[in-house]
Write a protein that binds this ligand. Structure first.
Ligand code: MCA
Ligand code: AMP
Length: 508
């Protein structure tokens, strides 16, 4: 990798793609595409975005398309033109999309036709051009991609919930991306003959970087499902072509359920197919040991669990060739510096729990246009993850998050405070407290305790309908308790562990 001022360039995705022009790159339900197709469509998208200018100079270009060739072309085209790619969540309702579009101040959106009815009014009101993903990716033989990859140039903004306020844009530079791609390629031994199966959304690091971009960095193929579906995944695995699968624990649980629902002969075929893969990874949330054990019985694979975060990429990983410790996330990846510290930021002794801090080339540049939040997230140059861990022998174990206001459900991180702010605008809600309670399928489930406004008559379904119009589906509460008053401490602050207890005793 090259370092230094803007203008320095490392190896690029595009220059690497040119080495394998005839190889299969992307397989989706709309067909198969080679690296040559990716390179030509990247050029076409870049040319269209540039529209005669030399460089987008880090203008933000959002993309809203199902996982597949059009998504890749839109994103690579944005990069080649010198823009910053902002992938949008495909299940967001209008208010969440508006928030991201405004916060990132996007200058254009490339979208698949099915999102036009949702995006059209939002973009017209803001005079932001809406480009058709199919049309802009139509290969243009005359165009050559300018390839504006530069180590210090912003490449990507991914939105993530925190313990305060609305989601923040996490900015990755091309250098961050390259560092991550190199680290994962080495650690997990990616190879050109791989064929990865993508079952995750593309507005997160897990699906976007670990699966799709790693595959394409290595000249491998990436087979993409529009959305996760357990049957479809098993069908793909049973074709015998897939070598790499990465998913969140909820997905492995669903794959187990589908296996268990099958007849004996089908189960045998499923197990045989799964055992043929080279690598299966789990991450984004704690992998319960019973899930790991059951998956090993079914597939013969001990899932490789690793730990990461949108702000730092992958930090800890079990070993590809060596031992994989159930319930643990292994050791720091090669370029990652990691330490555990106490509340004063002093490193703790081995075996003592502490907060994970990370330093290294994959750590993000900044929260988009939030210098205070960025400064507050670091201590002496180390990024403070907010996760507690302990070094147990040779492997780290994640103990959980420090903030009760951050919930992980099905691998999605959500902020309790953000949901509370929305629910408090419901006329029947005088006050409320959102918590995550343990759930076998989702890891945690979002639930809410509500103090009703006087005379209010409402139920969970009303609250959910209200929330669904304003929030992403995974933020919608799945349980409700109506209470006389929220449990508070002497200072008047809501005691969230006692809110959780309300659901434990009432059965959710
Ligand atoms: C969907 N629903 C959810 C979730 N997803 N509820 C809670 N949590 C969720 N994550 C809702 C649906 O809207 C629906 O609501 C109901 O649950 C059942 O929907 P279903 O169709 O069964 O769900 P699905 O659409 O199949 O989604 C489940 C999923 C998905 C496939 C597990 O949530 C998913 O792809 N999760 C992974 C997200 C991810 O990639 N995270 C990585 C970020 P209703 O019934 O009301 O309509 S973390 C990261 O990137 C870091 C760096 C890292 O370490 O990896
Ligand atoms: P996100 O901010 O959405 O990128 O999610 C990152 C968070 O997911 C981390 O801060 C952890 O809390 C959690 N996480 C990721 N991987 C693991 C893992 N293997 N075990 C436990 N928690 C994890």
């Amino acid at each position: 990798m090259t370092h230094g001022a803007r203008g320095m360039r490392g190896a690029t995705l595009l220059s690497r793609a040119r080495r394998t022009m005839d190889d299969l790159a992307v397989v989706g339900h709309r067909g198969s595409h080679t690296y040559g197709d990716v390179v030509r469509s990247t050029a076409a998208v870049a040319r269209r975005l540039l529209d005669g200018s030399a460089d987008l100079d880090e203008a933000r270009v959002a993309v809203m398309a199902p996982p597949g060739f059009r998504f890749v072309a839109a994103q690579w085209g944005t990069w080649a033109a010198g823009g910053v790619s902002v992938p949008l969540c495909l299940t967001h309702p209008a208010p969440e999309l508006e928030y991201v579009i405004d916060d990132a101040a996007v200058s254009a959106v490339i979208a698949a036709a099915e999102y036009r009815p949702l995006l059209g009014p939002i973009l017209r009101a803001r005079r932001i051009p809406l480009l058709d993903a199919e049309e802009v990716a139509a290969a243009d033989e005359r165009a050559s991609a300018p390839a504006a990859w530069q180590t210090d140039r912003r490449a990507l903004i991914l939105y993530t919930s925190g313990s305060t306020g609305r989601p923040k844009g996490v900015v990755w530079t091309h250098g961050n991306l390259e560092a991550q791609l190199r680290a994962l390629s080495d650690a997990w031994e990616w190879r050109r003959t791989d064929r990865a199966l993508l079952v995750l959304p593309l507005h997160h690091v897990h699906g976007l970087v670990n699966v799709v971009t790693c595959a394409l960095w290595n000249g491998a193929a990436c087979d993409m499902l529009d959305r996760f579906d357990a049957e479809a995944v098993w069908q793909k695995l049973m074709t015998g072509t897939i070598t790499v699968l990465m998913a969140v624990p909820t997905i492995y649980r669903r794959l187990i359920a589908a296996w268990e629902a099958a007849d004996d002969a089908t189960r045998r075929r499923m197990s045989e197919a799964a055992s043929g893969l080279r690598l299966m990874v789990s991450g984004s949330a704690a992998l319960p040991v019973p899930t790991l054990d059951r998956w090993r019985e079914i597939s013969g694979h001990t899932l490789l669990e690793r730990y990461g975060m949108t702000e730092v990429g992958m930090a800890l990983s079990n070993s590809y060739r060596g031992q994989r410790v159930p319930g643990a996330v292994g050791t720091p990846l090669p370029t990652v510096e990691l330490r555990l510290v106490d509340d004063d930021g002093i490193p703790v002794a081995a075996g003592t729990p502490g907060e994970i801090e990370v330093r290294g080339p994959s750590v993000f540049k900044e929260y988009w246009r939030r210098p205070d939040a960025t400064a507050g997230a670091f201590r002496d140059g180390w990024f403070r993850t907010g996760d507690d861990a302990v070094l147990d022998g040779h492997a780290y174990r994640i103990l959980g998050r420090r903030s009760v206001d951050i919930i992980k459900t099905g691998g999605e991180k959500v902020s309790a405070l953000e949901i509370e702010d929305v629910l408090r605008t419901h006329p029947a809600v005088q006050d409320c407290a959102v918590v995550g309670i343990p759930d076998a399928e989702w890891g945690e489930r979002v639930v809410v305790a509500v103090v009703a406004a006087s005379d209010a008559d409402f139920g969970l379904a009303d609250l959910q309908a209200f929330a669904r119009e304003r929030l992403a589906p995974y933020k919608v509460p799945r349980g409700l308790q109506v209470v006389e008053a929220l449990p508070r401490n002497a200072l008047g602050k809501v005691v969230k562990p006692r809110v959780k207890d309300l659901f434990a005793t009432a059965g959710g």
